[in-house]
Write a protein that binds this ligand. Structure first.
Ligand code: BTN
Length: 256
C-alpha cells in the first residue's frame, strides 16, 4: 500500500472544513510539538495540525525521547486555544486518549486500551503516547502512534509495539484522528467522557505501582474521577488521588 504522507489525502478525509493553511505535513522535523509552538499566535492557530513523517528529536514525557523513524509512524501536534473549546484543560489529555482509542478500535480494528493517563496499549505493548504542553491559554497536544514500526532500539523492544492496521493508510488514520479530536474537544459532558475513558482502561481493578510525593506505593486502581484523577487504594488501605505522574502495572516499578 502507498503510505506516503500527503496533505491533499489527509484533507480529503477530514469530515469538516479544515483550512489547508491549518495543516502542515513535513518530511522531517526535530519535534512536531516544537514546530507547532512557533505557530502559536499566528492567525487561526487554533486547531492547526503539524504532522511529520519522522522526527529527529521526538520528545516524550519525563524528558524521555520518542522513537520516531520515517515511514512507519504518525507524529502529530495540534494547537488548542483553550478559550475555543468546551472541555477544561485538565481533561484534554484524557479526551485525546479517548479519540485515539475510538480510531484504533473503529478504523484499525485494534483492541486499544489506555493506561492512565496517556499511554495507549494493544496486546500489552505501548503503541501510542501523548505529550500535552501548555503555553498560557494554549495547549500543544502531541500524539505519537507506532503504526508499522517493527524494531525499536534497546529495551524499548520489550515495551513498545505497533498497530499494524490492515488496508488503511496513515493519511486516512491521521484524518480520522483529526476528525475525532475536532468532535471531542467540544464535548461538554465530562462524566460521559470519563465513562468512555474508563471503558478503555487498562489499570482499573488492577494492581499498580507508582511514586507519590517521593514515596513508592503499590495499590489497586479503583476509579477515575470527573477531574480525570486516578483513585488508588494502597496496600496500607489509604485512598490516594493522583492527578499526574506515571503508574506501572504490577508491583514492580517498571515503566509500561
Ligand atoms: C510519551 O509517550 O511519553 C509521549 C510521547 C509523545 C510523542 C509525540 S510524537 C509527536 C509529538 N512531538 C513530540 O516531540 N512528541 C509528541
Amino acid at each position: 500500500m502507498n503510505d506516503i504522507l500527503l496533505k491533499e489525502e489527509i484533507l480529503k478525509s477530514t469530515s469538516f472544513e479544515l483550512n489547508p493553511g491549518q495543516l502542515f505535513v513535513l518530511k522531517t522535523v526535530n519535534s512536531t510539538n516544537l514546530y507547532a509552538k512557533k505557530l502559536i499566535n499566528s492567525a487561526n492557530s487554533h486547531f492547526t495540525a503539524v504532522v511529520s513523517d519522522s522526527q529527529t528529536n521526538g520528545r516524550g514525557r519525563m524528558g524521555r525521547d520518542f522513537f520516531s523513524p520515517e515511514g512507519t509512524g504518525i507524529y502529530m501536534s495540534i494547537i488548542l486555544d483553550c478559550k475555543k473549546i468546551n472541555l477544561p484543560k485538565n481533561l484534554l489529555t484524557i479526551a485525546t486518549g479517548v479519540a485515539i482509542c475510538r480510531v484504533l478500535k473503529n478504523c484499525c480494528k485494534a483492541d486499544a486500551e489506555v493506561k492512565w493517563v496517556n499511554d495507549i496499549y494493544i496486546k500489552g505493548k505501548k503503541v501510542c503516547g501523548i505529550l500535552a504542553e501548555t503555553l498560557s491559554e494554549y495547549v500543544i497536544m502531541g500524539i505519537g502512534i507506532n503504526i508499522s514500526t517493527s524494531v525499536f532500539p534497546g529495551k524499548l523492544n520489550e515495551i513498545a509495539g505497533s498497530v499494524f492496521p490492515k488496508n488503511i493508510a496513515r493519511n486516512e488514520i491521521i484524518a480520522r484522528v483529526i476528525n475525532e479530536l475536532h468532535i471531542i474537544y467540544m464535548e461538554d459532558n465530562a462524566q460521559k467522557l470519563i465513562d468512555e475513558y474508563k471503558s478503555y482502561s487498562l489499570v482499573l481493578g488492577k494492581k499498580i505501582s507508582f511514586t507519590h510525593n517521593g514515596k513508592a506505593f503499590t495499590g489497586i486502581a479503583t476509579d477515575i474521577n470527573t477531574d480525570g484523577n486516578l483513585i488508588v487504594k494502597t496496600c496500607e488501605n489509604e485512598m490516594l488521588v493522583l492527578n499526574s505522574g506515571e503508574v506501572s502495572l504490577g508491583s514492580e516499578n517498571f515503566s509500561r
